[in-house]
Every structure is written in structure tokens, then in C-alpha cells.
Unconditional design. Structure first.
Length: 495
């Protein structure tokens, strides 16, 4: 076992002024990272050094998004897209039935999945804020193109970092290079955090629209972005944050779908899919949920979508059901039937499944060599289709669906021209559930959340980690459990 102890500290104004939580956790065979970084001004003094730190921004963000010590795996099982009876990373804890409260106690080992994510995301923000402060002070990176690149790129990383804090937690601190009073920082509600994230992305787009530069292919590993492509990526992330930010179906209905359509139409034209080189870049999330034998499987709910005759929950007597069959070709191309289970029966057969996810060729080692989709083009297309459907532009929605993965990969019959709005939306979310597995952080959880589909008692977001609350001298709190189901912080719905 490895025990990591971090100390809560206020980073200097030059670092962007940021309060980082300390945490204590104990994990076996899981990746962790020590975030006790030295002061920015003590180390990164030259323009070339600051330039390189800016370029490392997406890599650091990626590591936080794909670490195993985060709520990501627990959110996957809580969304009933994946299933697991093992306790690592909170996978079993957040998918118990009936749902139980998230244990936001300092002494609780797996509370570190949120404290680790919270502190490391602010670590990314700290460096990007510091680079932005250097820009404000007039630092020159050698050319106009480089100056614009660093400015736009660090704003982009600020935006996607704040954005995920707003998606995952009920509140967070907003810290940028303009934050001047670290001791008076206050927690802000998630919608304000998301608005700030979007403002950062919009400012990055504004720079891109009036500049010419290339993002080196080492910054988003294996893929060079020009200014137009970076702006497209930022627009698609804005759509993500605005759509996924809804905590329930009522909020989802209030989404400005015309704005979503306009942004998605000008969004990504290629998938965000960095290359894992088995040296610097790797994805522990993919390893622990896909390639590590016996750890996690696909929930029966997903197989039932493809074959309605297959049980949506594993039989309570523990007897394996026969293999499913489906007109959807992806049942055979993306999933593998395993005749036995090795999970813990005493934790409930509800966690059992005979299906593994086998679409991707990621190796069985802790790292692997592969491109990993974080924001696939398909996701953006499905945003476009959903926006058309919500706006009652049904023909346009049908055309996008029929030109996409439903037909090209699933080999399913195209939707008929007279398909109803309800049928179109059902087809969209079917594609999202089947096609977007193992892509962006929390996608299944956010989709289930905004439709009121998370099981009753599932937290709709996470509380501020207990260590941070202690430092701020705020009372402890948590979400989750059927007794707290209010539809605001804890789901009162279900599928």
C-alpha cells in the first residue's frame, strides 16, 4: 500500500492564487500523483520555460481526467453503464442498491476520489493562471504567433478545467489570474462556475478568430491543431458544459437548444483523440474499466437496450442468463460474452454481468499504445441531432442519425421519415449509451442525470471534499441515499 499525505496550502499570487486541498488516502495498485509543486516564479523564470508549461496544460488536465483516483469510475457504475463489485475508486460504493449516501468523511478511504480530483484540477488551473499572469505582465514568447498561441491555449485549459469542476461538484472556487484576494475566496454554485468556464472558452475563441498559429502535435499528443480547430474544440466543450450542466430533466428542458445547435454546427470536425504512447501518455481509467480482466463489466442495462429480451438487471438467483442477440452489429463488435463472473456475490448479484467491453484494442498492461477518444466527432453530431429534435426540426435530426453510427456501425434500419420526436430522442440516447462508452469523463452519468434516469438516491453531484470544508471552517455535508432524494442534489428518478 502507498500512503500519500498532502498539506493544504495557499499558493502564491504568481501561481494564480489558489487554495489546494490536502488529502490522505490508501490505494492498492492505483495511480497517484504528488501535487506539492514548487512556486512557479522560483522555477519557471524564462519565457521558454513558461511556454513549455503552457504546452503541458492539456497533458496535465488529461492525467487528472483519466486517473483511477477520481470519481470517474464510480460515476460510470452509478450511471449503470458499467458495473463492478470491487471497492476500488468507489465503483461499488456508488452503485449499491438501494443507493447509499456518498461518505464525505476525512477518515473514509475512498473519499479521496473527490479530494484528489478537486486538488489536482486546481493544480492544473494554478499553472495556467500563472502563465496568464506572465502574459499580462508582458512576457514575449518570441513571435506574435507564439504569443497568441499561448494566450488562447491557456485560456482553453482554464475553461475546460473550471468546466469539469462545475460538472462534478455542487460548488467550487473560481480562481483565475485576476483573483487578488486568496483569503477571501468563496465557494460559488456550479452554474456560476460553469458560466466562468464558458467565458474563458469564449475568450480563447475570440483570440483564435483573429490569429494564426499551430498547436504543436506534442501538446495534444499526436494531433496538430490550427487556430480554427482549437476554436471548434472550444465551441464543442461549451456545448458539453451547457448540456451536461443540467442536474435534472427540468433544467435540461430549459437549455437554449438553438444556441447549442449553432455552437455544435461550428464545433469539432475531428475527434479529440490523443495518442497514448506508453511512455508519457496513458489512460488508467481505460485500463481499470476495460483491459484489466475481472474488474469491471458492462451493465445489463446496456445489453438490454440492444436486446429487450435480455434482463436489464442480473438475475437475483445468480444464474447466468443466456447470451443476448441483437440486430445491432455492435453487440458482436463492441462486446464480449463471458460465461462466468468472479465478482463478490455477498455484495449483490446486481453487480454481476456476463459482458465485457471489447471495442477498443487497449492492451492489458497498466499503460498501452492507442488513440483514446475523449471527445469523439459522433458526440458532437448527436448534440446537433438532439438540438434539432428539441427544436422540432425532426427531418434534420433524422438525417443526422441516419448518416451516423446507428447505420454505419450498428447496421440498424434507418429511422423512417415520419419518426416521432419521442422516437428520435430515444434513438439519440440509444446511440449515446452504445457509441460513447469509454469516451469523455462522466458522459453516461451526465446524460442519465439530465434525464432524471439516475437511480433514486444517486448523488447528482459531489460535495466539496471534507478536507477543504475543514480548512474553510464550513460544516460537513454530503449527497446521496434514498432518504435524501430531492431531485436537486440527489436523484429522485430512475430508469
Amino acid at each position: 500500500m502507498t500512503k500519500i499525505k498532502n498539506i493544504t496550502f495557499l499558493m502564491s499570487l504568481a501561481l494564480g492564487i489558489l487554495l489546494i486541498s490536502f488529502f490522505s488516502s490508501c490505494h492498492k495498485e492505483l495511480d497517484v500523483e504528488n501535487n506539492n509543486n514548487p512556486n512557479f516564479d522560483d522555477v519557471f523564470l524564462e519565457a521558454n520555460d513558461v511556454y513549455n508549461i503552457a504546452g503541458d496544460g492539456f497533458f496535465r488536465w488529461w492525467k487528472v481526467q483519466t486517473t483511477s483516483v477520481s470519481p470517474r469510475m464510480a460515476m460510470w457504475t452509478a450511471a449503470d453503464q458499467g458495473t463492478c463489485s470491487w471497492a476500488n475508486s468507489g465503483m461499488w460504493h456508488l452503485s449499491q442498491e438501494p443507493r447509499t449516501p456518498f461518505n464525505n468523511d476525512i477518515s473514509y478511504t475512498y473519499a479521496s476520489i473527490t479530494s484528489n480530483y478537486y486538488s489536482r484540477m486546481y493544480g492544473v488551473l494554478a499553472d495556467m493562471n500563472a502563465v496568464q499572469k506572465k502574459i499580462k505582465e508582458g512576457m514575449d514568447f518570441g513571435s506574435k504567433k507564439k504569443n497568441k498561441l499561448v494566450d488562447a491555449y491557456t485560456r482553453f485549459i482554464q475553461g475546460i478545467s473550471l468546466g469539469y469542476l462545475g460538472l462534478v461538484f455542487d460548488q467550487a472556487m473560481i480562481v483565475t489570474e485576476n483573483t487578488e484576494e486568496p483569503l477571501t475566496l468563496r465557494l460559488q454554485p456550479y452554474d456560476v462556475v460553469l458560466d466562468t468556464a464558458i467565458s474563458r472558452l469564449e475568450s480563447a475563441i475570440e483570440i483564435c478568430d483573429h490569429s494564426h498559429f499551430k498547436v504543436p502535435d506534442t501538446w495534444i499528443n499526436g494531433d496538430e491543431y490550427d487556430e480554427d480547430e482549437l476554436a471548434e474544440l472550444a465551441r464543442s466543450f461549451i456545448v458539453r458544459f451547457k448540456v451536461y450542466g443540467a442536474r435534472n430533466a427540468e433544467q435540461n428542458d430549459q437549455t437554449d437548444w438553438q444556441n447549442m445547435l449553432d455552437l455544435a454546427n461550428e464545433g469539432i470536425q475531428k475527434s479529440l483523440s490523443p495518442f497514448m504512447d506508453n511512455t508519457k501518455w496513458f489512460c488508467y481509467y481505460r485500463h481499470y474499466t476495460t483491459s484489466r480482466a475481472g474488474w469491471a463489466r458492462i451493465d445489463c442495462r446496456i445489453i438490454n437496450l440492444m436486446d429487450p429480451n435480455y434482463p436489464s438487471r442480473f438475475p437475483s438467483d445468480g444464474v447466468n442468463p443466456p447470451a443476448a442477440s441483437s440486430n445491432d452489429a455492435r453487440l458482436n463488435s463492441d462486446f464480449n460474452f463471458a460465461s462466468s463472473n468472479n465478482m463478490k456475490p455477498e455484495r449483490g448479484y446486481v453487480h454481476y454481468s456476463n459482458y465485457e467491453f471489447s471495442r477498443y484494442s487497449y492492451t492489458t498492461s497498466a499503460t498501452g499504445v492507442d488513440n483514446i477518444d475523449d471527445f469523439p466527432l459522433t458526440e458532437n453530431d448527436l448534440f446537433r441531432a438532439e438540438a434539432h429534435a428539441r427544436l422540432n426540426q425532426l427531418t434534420e435530426a433524422i438525417n443526422i442519425i441516419n448518416a451516423g453510427t446507428r447505420v454505419t456501425r450498428g447496421q440498424l434500419a434507418p429511422l423512417p421519415a415520419n419518426a416521432s420526436k419521442e422516437d428520435i430522442l430515444e434513438a439519440i440516447f440509444y446511440e449515446r449509451d452504445i457509441e460513447l462508452i469509454q469516451t469523455g469523463f462522466g458522459t453516461a452519468f451526465f446524460d442519465m442525470r439530465r434525464r432524471d434516469y439516475l437511480q433514486k438516491g444517486t448523488p447528482l453531484h459531489f460535495p466539496i471534499p471534507a478536507r477543504e470544508l475543514q480548512v474553510l471552517q464550513l460544516p460537513g455535508y454530503t449527497f446521496g441515499g434514498v432518504d435524501l432524494a430531492d431531485g436537486v442534489n440527489t436523484s429522485n428518478g430512475g430508469w
